[in-house]
Each structure stands twice: as structure tokens, then as C-alpha cells.
Ligand binder design. Sequence first.
Ligand code: KG4
Ligand code: ZN
Length: 348
Amino acid sequence: MQTVNKSVNILGIETSCDETAAAVVADGRVVCSSVVASQIDLHAKYGGVVPEIASRAHLENIYPVINAAIEQAGLSPTDIDAIAVANQPGLTVALIVGVTAAKTLCFAWDKSLIAVNHLHAHLQSAMLGEAKLSLPAVALIVSGGHTCLYNCRSPLELELLGSTIDDAAGEAFDKVASILKLSYPGGPVIEKIAKTGNPKSLKLPRSMLGADSLDFSFSGLKTAVLYHCCGQDMKGENKVSQMSQNEIADIAASFQEAVVDVLVKKTKRAIDKVGAKTVLLGGGVAANGYLRLRMQQMCDSVLPDGKLLVAPKQYCTDNAVMIASLAYHKFKAGLFADLTLEPKAAGL
Ligand code: KG4
Ligand code: ZN
């Protein structure tokens, strides 16, 4: 009798920050559904994510989002092989909502539970369309909460090479947008107005932290923009309200140029260090078109095949497809969690 290979359907759940997301992915690559309830509007007036508001919104959204993901996949709970959840890193009060929902459903539906590191899952978004990966790869994750470089030997073998010692790249975009009195989240709006600005107009620092360092620091850059707008002694009022659109665009373009310079140079350093054949780019800031362009130019000049894999834009920011996709590798390797799983704020 002929055996039919049944696909492995994994339900992924993501609540690490301000998106409540669920998705069903078959065999780690086929996206059957992806549902994201964004809280951007709730946090916008505070200029950043407020943990208690995030937690409450996750509670309201979690089961409707999970139900929608299963329904949109055209499946029923019996078709799900395992439930995967991001349990670290992130806001504990946010993570706990996803972790509790996943554990409850595993218990009620008798499913296996898989714990996924949110940052490692961001990398998975970059690998989604790729059948065969040339390894090792250097992976850069640039998000609102993290900036990390990894040596990726396989989806489950990641060695942390460096991370930010202060602000994350996305956080710097958000804070500079706030200084420039632009809307939240800052990344997309800075990218948009930077297109009309002169990136050389303002001399801003590029912190490289020594010749060999693979760590990042963006707080000095953010402070330089703050001093430019409010004066060195911070006694003057923020001059942004009196600036022309062109002046603001020049600041945005100079800031973006400085961030991208550092990200590209550090990635090049990491390639040299590990002899990488491929670069993977993921996280919310990877949606930035200028970063993508400059990273591709660098990869073209230093990698044999110029192989840069970037997450599709809809999977750069937080989503559950990446959670279910990475969980597939854990499923295959038999790496399951149990119902004592707890959320953890840290874990790069
Ligand atoms: O990965 P993500 O959704 O959430 C975290 O895990 O933190 O990333 C959100 C971050 C925000 O800081 C946002 O400003 C930034 O990604 N971002 C961008 C762009 N789109 C989103 N930064 C620069 N350019 C963009 N186009
Ligand atoms: Zn993220």
C-alpha cells in the first residue's frame, strides 16, 4: 500500500510585545494562515509600548486571533500537530498571555507544546522562501527591542556574536521620531521623509565600539540628534516646531544614514569573522528599504553569490508565521516543552 506523507501543521502563537498573532504553517514553509492584531493605535499616543496596555489587549485578542488562524487555514483543532509559542525574550506581562493560551490549548486538545525564542524566529522569516541555505550564515536581527548578530550554522544552531549595549536600532528610530515630533512607530515615517533629505547635511556619530567589536550602541547617536534639536545644555526648547520640512528631512536622512552605516559595517565584520556564505536579515527595521539596498550592495561586493536573504516585508515585524516555521525544526528534532513552560524577559 502506498503511504501518503501527511504534512506537519503547526499553530504558532506570538505575544512578545504589541502584536497578538497566530498562524498555521505546514512543514515549516507553507503559510496556511497568518492573523495579526496590531496594537499600534493603542500605544501611539505614548510614543512607545506600555506593558500593561499591551497585556490587556493581548488578553482580549488572543482567542479570537487563534480561532481566526485555524479557521482561515481551513482546518480544525484535530488537524493541528503541535502548538508553538514565543516564550522569550519580550515583555513578561505580554509573553505570559501567549504562553498561558498555548499551554491551555495543549492540555485541552492533547497537543505537543513547542517553546520558541522570538528573536531566533525572526531569522526564520528570512529563510521562508529558501529551500537550501548556504551555511554558515551571518544573521542580523534589528527590531524595536533588540539588535543582534548571530553565526547561524543551522536554524537551531545560533551563536550570538554581538548585541546592543544600550538602545536597539528600532528603538533609536522610535526615539528620534519622537524628538522630531513624528508619529509612532518611528521607523516607517523616518524612512519616508528621509527620501527627500540630504544624508550628509548633519555630522552624526557612528559608534563602532572598537576595531573588532560586533556589539552595537545607538544611544550616542540618538543623543546627538537630541542636542541638535534642543541645544547641548538641553535648556533650549525643542526647535523642531520652527524647522522647515526640508530641515527635518535632512535630520531624518542623516540619522538613517548613520544607523545603516553601522549595521552594514558590523555585518561585514561578522562575515569576515565566520566566513559566512549568506546573510540573513530580519526584524522590524529590516523593512527599511535603504537598509535593504545598502546591505545588498555590501553582500554583492563581499559574498561569492552575494546571497542576502531578507524577510518579506509582512514578516519583518512581529508575526506568528515565523514562530510556527521555526517550531517545525524543533518538532523534527523532538524538542518539546512541557506544561511548566514559563515566559522569560531575556534570552538572546
Ligand atoms: O520586530 P518588531 O515588529 O518588534 C519588536 O520585536 O521589537 O520591530 C518594530 C520596530 C519599531 O521600532 C519600528 O520603528 C521599526 O521596527 N520599523 C522600522 C521600519 N518599520 C518598522 N525601522 C526602520 N524603517 C522601517 N521601515
Ligand atoms: Zn520582534
